[in-house]
Design a protein around this ligand. Sequence first.
Ligand code: SIN
Length: 271
Amino acid sequence: MEIIPQSSTIGAEIRGLDISVGLSDQQFEQVNQAFLDYQIIFFRDQQLSPQQYNDFALRFGQLKDYLFADGIDGFPFITEIVKTETETQSFGSFWHSDSAYMELPPKITMLYARQVPAQGGDTLFADMYAAYDELSPGLKATLERLNAVNSASVVPRDEDIYAAVKSKNSDKSDQSAVHPVIRTHDETGKKSFYVNSIHTLGFEGMTREESLPLLNYLFEQVTRPEYSFRLRWAENTLAMWDNRCTQHYALNDYHGHRRVMHRIIVEGEHP
Ligand code: SIN
């Protein structure tokens, strides 16, 4: 197995593994360590049936039902994310970490590329450890005392962000959860900030207007190119990222083309 880092801070390609035949315990340990070290890892040219994909994901923990979409036939935890040739809206085209509005947000999201445009439709990832590390000691100390309210309903623009996937629970779009602004990773012990521009409504005990100046400063940090890695998809690429310490952004730059991804989320701890 070979680990090829993709930037100085985040992202690695794993080569030399065929996920369809299953991983030995030693291979699993190596993959899991690379995942913790690089935060987003990916594997090219994997020929996986839904069962093999599901089995691989299960090695990392309990699979979680996605609140707004049903699974594909026979696989309740594999959600299909499709943007067709005629649609203009795409899912996840904002900087965010997944489902921060849940009490137990997923620790891992996996995406398996079934069909991708020849160009476009890349996903950007940002390293939230690095973004946190660069904050001043004074700001870190201030943020350490704060919690944030995260809601499924907060959208900075006038859009339905779930339109591309929504098949159930439309009435739950006010689902919300309060989480610390600074979270400590339950496996690495490292700190990162855990607020994002589509789910974080404001700081607990403050209005959105009062919260926004500081939140906007943090949202800006997420977009700094120094912290980012851009994944160019190809069919049969499988990626998995750590939602505890990254944010991501699905580029919506491929109108007129079809993109089909199979997504699995793995349950995490309380942030
Ligand atoms: C997501 O936000 O989970 C989907 C990202 C993507 O489709 O690239």
